[in-house]
Design a protein around this ligand. Sequence first.
Ligand code: SME
Length: 184
Amino acid sequence: MVHHADASNFDDGLTKEEAYEQVLMQAEGLFDGQRNWVCNLSNTASLLWHAFQSLGAPSNRVNWSGFYVIDPSRVERDQLILGPFHGKVACQTIALGRGVCGTAASLKKTQLVRDVEAFPGHIACDSASQSEIVVPIVVGSGTDDEKLVGIIDIDCAVLDGFDEVDQAQLEKLAALLASSCDWP
Ligand code: SME
């Protein structure tokens, strides 16, 4: 299937809910017939970045959006490794339980951090980041075979960059990604 760069164009004046609806709709289209995790996370990183840039403050101050996945080189599955993203160069690996990303991963629970300075152990990849949301991507959620495969990480250069709308929509996106990709 041919996909077009227009998928990353977001009209001016969309509400945050509408922008997320477009991200989810475009993502579903892009994942149709494609299950490679690098391919699907790369296109999702593009959709998220352009969605945030199209919105008003504080969303347009997002300075990093992307993914970490479970590092397949460690049989213990105890470390995240950097995945596809938009933004500045970032930490390559993060131990489960460390920082906002490692905490979300080990607890399998979204971390909505309104002020990163107030989060014990926050890892400052970029000193510009002031708030952050990290959403776990879990395969087989609620079953005995539940398995964390990665996380969505979004950073914002102002305090209070994210709210419950971001959490609800990104959790939908994480569920879509969990079921749409073959994971390492
Ligand atoms: N701040 C994150 C590290 C990843 S970067 O923000 C891209 C953390 O505390 O886990």
